[in-house]
Design a protein around this ligand. Structure first.
Ligand SMILES: Nc1ncnc2c1ncn2[C@@H]1O[C@H](COP(=O)(O)OP(=O)(O)OP(=O)(O)O)[C@@H](O)[C@H]1O
Length: 548
């Protein structure tokens, strides 16, 4: 519940819609109960009145019709306002989560799987946004209705009021609370297992080719079947508990009705209550318990929502890798980069150890070094996606932590080892860097050495590249990503293994084009390739955390 409370400001932002939905659900419930009560009273009165001659049929029958209409209209209005508020809450929740997620990327918790993250961003948010609609709203409405009917009973059939009040209170408060406590573990397991299943699906799709080639598709399928069985078992446990709670509520309803019938008949025999009123009250009680059955079904969802809330707050409250300064420094015009005595690691031995480096504006440098020597980590620091544990990095004389990250990223562009192509047109993929006209796009494509290929495509710049750039070769995808980086207005370009997928002639051509295309801009390229002569000003080697 504490995790759910963390989202109270978001829920409160939709308070108007939820209050309206709550009021309308109260009207719906009240109209339903009044409908049953009036019908019972009406039918009994009509039966007790000789041939109906002395009985005014008009008032009760119009009441029955009136309550039916009110019930239908109120239910419609409740669904409309409740779902409207829920959808608004959903957009608020997603915005809230993304706003917290971005400054925390890459997530410090490397164990968090891609599929799990997707699960948190989708189904966990969905579980949370319906918490009001399926659980909190119905519980609040039932409590009000139960209290009102108890008050009516205290007036018309005092003997039964305490019994009804006790049974209804237990059905709305005790059984759902007990179910919440008992189903906590099952609710957690459902959320966890659902995330596992989603991750297994994503892994299977992403790794399908390799799994097929290595002949282990069957093993992967068996793994997925096991995950699905675990999910089904967790859902089964939750359903069993929900069914038991449903049985408890029905038993309480039966106890309240049977006891009230007995107490009511005693009161009727003593002349303390009229027959039609008694019939109406008993039917109204039966109607009110209808509200409790929804609650029991909903509480299972509430435990899932609580588990989802915990998983979301885990990401949202994780300390961000870096924080923007409260008062940012102005962006320096100079783009000289200086790393002085920089030490950085991931908790173990330092990856970069007292490293010094100065890169003057417009200089092109290459950094080589054995795998795992810290080349990519160095680029991470230059983008201020992490801060060094010791030492100082400055841009134009201003320390990076004094600048807004957005300002740094406007000046420093990255072509990473994993730069993606989005499932969109070539034009849209390039314009991620900045909005540009066709001339600028073709110039960037020409600089990246891929203009001829794009020009030969029937749809040219409007060609869809497919998911992850599946319709182009790996080398072409790298060049399209390079074109995007060249198109950006950043004065400093960082490239991580830009030629990993190219053969030697293409690699040489790539470095030559890069050198020409990025004239006037600073280039830091991290690579295992042998750098062709004349394409960079300096080649440095990173070894044992230091540059040589
Ligand atoms: N997020 C991380 N958490 C923990 N350790 C990390 C993380 N990222 C990198 N490392 C470790 O830091 C070291 C340097 O990694 P880095 O990727 O910077 O090396 P690299 O020189 O770029 O390697 P490669 O040439 O293979 O790309 C490696 O030992 C790696 O395992």
């Amino acid at each position: 519940m504490k995790a759910l409370l963390a989202f109270r400001s978001l829920f409160l932002s939709q308070a108007k819609g939820f209050t309206l939905a709550l009021l309308l659900s109260l009207v719906t419930l009240a109209a339903g109960i009044a409908l049953l009560g009036t019908s019972g009273w009406f039918i009994t009165s009509a039966a007790l009145t000789t041939a109906g001659l002395a009985f005014n049929l008009f008032v009760p029958s119009s009441l029955v019709r009136g309550f039916s209409f009110i019930r239908i209209l109120a239910r419609y209005g409740e669904r409309l306002s409740g779902h409207d508020a829920t959808l608004r809450l959903l957009s608020g929740l997603r915005g809230w989560l993304f706003a917290r997620l971005f400054p925390r990327l890459p997530l410090a918790d490397r164990s968090l799987r891609h599929g799990d993250l997707v699960s948190r961003l989708t189904s966990d948010v969905d579980a949370l946004d319906t918490a009001f609609l399926v659980a909190i709203g119905p519980i609040a409405a039932a409590l009000v209705i139960g209290a009102a009917l108890t008050a009516v009973l205290a007036w018309l059939l005092p003997g039964a009021a305490w019994l009804y009040g006790f049974c209804f209170g237990a059905a709305v408060l005790v059984v759902p609370s007990g179910l919440t406590l008992l189903s906590r573990a099952a609710g957690n397991a459902v959320v966890r297992r659902a995330a596992d299943a989603r991750a297994a699906v994503l892994d299977g799709i992403e790794g399908h080719d390799d799994l097929t080639v290595f002949g282990v598709l069957g093993t992967a399928q068996a793994g997925f079947a096991t995950t699905s069985q675990h999910l089904a078992a967790a859902r089964g446990r939750l359903s069993t508990l929900t069914a038991l709670a449903g049985f408890a509520v029905q038993a309480l309803a039966a106890l309240a009705l049977a006891g009230s019938l007995w107490l009511g008949l005693t009161a009727f025999a003593a002349g303390a209550v009229e027959g039609p009123v008694l019939a109406g009250l008993l039917l109204a009680m039966a109607g009110s318990f209808e509200a409790t059955s929804t609650i029991v079904r909903s509480v299972g969802k509430l435990t899932t929502a609580m588990a989802a809330a915990e998983r979301l707050t885990t990401i949202a409250e994780a300390p961000p890798a870096v924080l923007d300064p409260a008062v940012p420094a102005p962006v320096p015009a100079d783009t000289t980069i200086v790393l002085a005595d920089v030490t950085f690691g991931y908790g173990g031995p330092p990856v970069l150890d007292s490293l010094d480096l100065t890169v003057t504006p417009g200089e092109h440098i290459a950094i080589t070094g054995p795998s795992g020597s810290g080349k990519s980590s160095l680029l991470t620091l230059l983008l201020r996606l992490a801060d060094p544990q010791a030492g100082r990095i400055t841009l134009g004389g201003t320390a990076l932590p004094a600048l807004l990250q957005a300002d740094i990223h406007a000046r420093v562009a990255l072509l990473s080892q994993h730069s993606p192509l989005f499932n969109d047109t070539i034009r849209a993929n390039l314009c991620v860097a900045r909005d540009a006209d066709d001339d600028a796009l073709w110039a960037a494509l020409a600089d990246a050495g891929i203009a001829d290929f794009v020009r030969a495509l029937p749809a040219g710049l409007d060609t869809m590249v497919g998911e992850g750039g599946r319709t182009v070769s790996v080398g072409q995808a790298r060049r399209l990503c390079l074109a995007r980086v060249l198109l950006s207005s950043a004065q400093i370009l960082l490239l991580d293994e830009p030629t990993a997928a190219l053969d030697r002639p293409a690699e040489v051509a790539f470095f030559e084009t890069l050198h020409q295309a990025a004239q006037g801009r600073t280039v830091i390229v991290v690579t295992h390739a042998t750098i062709p002569d004349g394409t960079v000003n300096r080649v440095l080697t990173l070894r044992n955390g230091m540059l040589a």
